[in-house]
Write a protein that binds this ligand. Structure first.
Ligand SMILES: Cc1ncc(COP(=O)(O)O)c(C=O)c1O
Length: 415
């Protein structure tokens, strides 16, 4: 199979392979009871039927009650208190919104800047719009903002849009520092570009500081930079969130946080106006979950606890299996992904994947996360592993299989 194309049907039918490549929650991480109760309540809501709420076309900017509830959710989950419901636009998920933003703000030939590496499925969306894609280097603090970035990217290439995954990045797991976020927002005002922050993993922050008194020893916990939603007033920032990773992807529901002007323009978008806002049906379900304040508890007590455990297991297995002599691999404190870089620059992870499939384990090779040949060559000895689809036991077995594949590939024996 072409490494670039993932056949989801075949993928689901094959139950013997340990799929460390799949970036979605396994069924044990989906709150079926919560979703089922919320749906039943919606069907039983006679007032809602009379008013047409959930059952007809919605407001252009999305279900108003949900927009208010999202403001509260963001306030309580990440301490941002400057948003009003007029800064929230309901979307059909981040992917759909990226496409909408390209149609609204960009024209064929315009330049979009992405991180290297970047989210692999954003690239085809930008290609569909015939955009000129360029990338810039990242480090542990996210997109590097140095004098070369200003002179060669902002002044010469003049991107109209910068697309970032700033927190627990897909694929690398890094989180952009607060300082760089501030710098980038200032630069967006000076050089007049749009920042589109894809914050799909923002709420999967395993180590965040709690303010409700549950955790006593705050010294061990990391305070992550605020979401780009905090910069909505700048008028150059659009922060995209999604319920895909914190409830389930099939809801096809998310939200954008932006200036009131941007939100109104999003609502006037032809496709949205004709469809009567994004997904009124699943908006109704999620609205009920947020009204009862169930989501934050589910994220903190289920998702973060289990994913934190899995991330620790995977990282320590990898370090025991390969060790620092072979790989570098930082353990992120949130999100889905671990990024491995082989010190041996001749390792070609596309080739390694072919052998790994024989041993019944899959991953995403680094090249997929780059848009051009130079960037692909730079990422050829890297690979991405995901903790969301596979439990701890399978993560351990997956590492063993990966080790066997690597041994065959390099014709060596690891201790
Ligand atoms: C960085 C990133 N953005 C967007 C998405 C897709 O989001 P949605 O399901 O809301 O379209 C994913 C899913 O893997 C992702 O990793």
């Amino acid at each position: 199979m072409d490494i670039e194309l993932e056949d989801r049907t075949i993928n689901r039918l094959d139950t013997t392979t340990i799929k460390l490549d799949i970036g979605e929650p396994d069924t044990s991480m989906i709150p079926f009871d919560m979703l089922s109760k919320a749906s039943q309540e919606m069907f039983a809501d006679e007032e809602g039927k009379r008013q047409g709420t959930y059952w007809g076309y919605a407001e252009d900017e999305g279900n108003t009650s949900l927009r208010h509830n999202i403001v509260n959710f963001i306030h309580h989950s990440c301490g941002i208190s400057t948003l009003s419901f007029e800064n929230i636009f309901i979307t059909n998920g981040i992917s759909a919104m990226l496409d909408q933003l390209c149609t609204m703000f960009l024209r064929a030939g315009d330049t979009v800047l992405v991180e290297c590496p970047t989210y692999l499925y954003a690239l085809p969306i930008f290609r569909d719009h015939h955009l000129h894609i360029i990338s810039y280097a990242t480090d542990n603090d996210g997109l590097i903002i140095d004098s070369k970035f200003i002179s060669e990217v902002l002044e010469k290439a003049k991107p109209k849009m910068i697309y970032l995954v700033p927190t627990f990045q897909n694929p690398s797991g890094f989180t952009m520092s607060h300082h760089r976020r501030e710098q980038l927002v200032k630069l967006s005002l000076k050089y007049n570009f749009l920042i589109v922050a894809d914050e799909v993993y923002h709420f999967l922050d395993y180590e965040k500081k709690e303010t409700n008194g549950n955790i006593h020893d705050h010294s061990q916990l990391i305070e992550h930079p605020k979401s780009f939603a905090a910069y909505h007033a700048a008028g150059t920032v659009i922060s995209l969130h999604s319920f895909s990773k914190i409830l389930t992807p099939s809801l096809r529901l998310g939200f954008a946080c932006a200036s009131h002007e941007h939100v109104s323009a999003m609502g006037r978008f032809g496709l949205i106006h004709s469809s009567g806002g994004a997904n009124p049906f699943t908006s109704g379900i999620v609205d009920r979950i947020l009204t009862k304040d169930l989501l934050k508890k589910f994220i903190d007590e289920k998702l973060c606890v289990e994913y934190k455990k899995r991330m620790k297991v995977l990282h320590s297995e990898l370090m025991q299996t390969f060790g620092e002599n072979y790989i570098s691999c930082r353990r992120p404190s949130g999100g889905y992904f671990l990024w491995i870089k082989f010190h041996d620059t001749t390792v070609d992870c596309d080739q390694l994947l072919i052998i790994a499939r024989k041993y019944g384990v899959t991953f995403k090779p680094g090249r997929l996360f780059a848009h051009d040949e130079e960037a692909k060559a730079h990422l050829a000895n890297c690979l991405r592993l995901c903790i969301a689809f596979v439990n701890s036991d399978k993560l351990r077995e997956g590492c063993t299989r990966l080790k066997r594949a690597f041994e065959e590939y390099k014709n060596i024996t690891l201790d």
